[in-house]
Design a protein around this ligand. Sequence first.
Ligand code: CP
Ligand code: NVA
Length: 356
Amino acid sequence: MDLKHSPLKGRDFLTLLDYTPEEIRYLLDLSAEFKAKKKAGESVRYFEGRNVALIFEKTSTRTRCSFEVAAHDLGMGTTYLDPTGSQIGKKESIADTARVLSGMYDGIEYRGFGQNIVEELAKYSRVPVWNGLTNEFHPTQMLADALTIREHFGSEKGIHVTFYGDCRYNMADSWMVLGAKLGMHVTLCSTAEYFPDVELTARCRRIAEETGGSITLETDPMKAAAGADVIYTDVWVSMGEPDEVWQKRLADLTPYRVTSQIMARADETAANGRITSGPIQDPDTHPQAPHGAVFMHCLPAFHDLGTSTGRKIREKYGINEMEVTDEVFESHDSVVFDEAENRMHTIKAVMAATLE
Ligand code: CP
Ligand code: NVA
């Protein structure tokens, strides 16, 4: 682990569009090394005495905990700025905040609204800025997903991923970018109204031409499942969206809920030489055995009534599950908690690779 010569020193991490396939693979390799060290109980306190600021204008469980644990493992201190507890954007501009925080911290994480805000923060910051989610992109999530896919299938190249749901938002956008960069085949599935930005789609398709990947937009959920190694979904209503959107969103996207029929369709039409018939291997003896398509989700997920949002929506619209059925979420094919753990290892790699 030669972090002194990291090729990414001093770089911001705002969207994977700014990173080459080699740079993304470097971060994935580094993440796997950090994960192995964590499992072996080896200390990685390479940044003792440094400090990072964590700005969250939207709420978080995984991203916040990952930044905090990763920073502490690296020997650093952290300051968490919550959605209400700072002057940011209210009494102090992003440009001024960037200049204040870069005088005290070695790196700044930002989660919030427009991508333009994190870009502005990076423009005025003298230390690396890391995007912890904006309306447009969620690049640290993508590294965790790519690492999970690599662990499960042995490689990310050539893997077929189908994303269901709201294809205009951060997760679908980020899937197009990651897939294009790493030579994956990404299908986004929803009604045409929820298809992604035309310019971003065209840009990702140009990148995919060079890497052997592809981007497909599809309205038929069963067609989209054919040949998929990974079935992916995200909530239909994202953080920061108003309550008024729920009714239409549920009506429009219900045909795109991930069900066991969709998983079965993907299994019957396996793309990567997986075992498609016969008994599924015992998960206890073959935890990583390729046995069919996997289900992935960035989380949090609406798959049962275990949340107050879930119960509120159930009262109003009568549904018990939204973007994924509880059956699929809890199934043997679901690797959502592996993804969640990988958030920490990959965020550690991003900080370690980019800090000066
Ligand atoms: N996936 C994800 O970003 O989760 P949090 O919102 O909990 O950080
Ligand atoms: N699209 C979701 C992703 C959460 C990780 C949101 O922005 O709320």
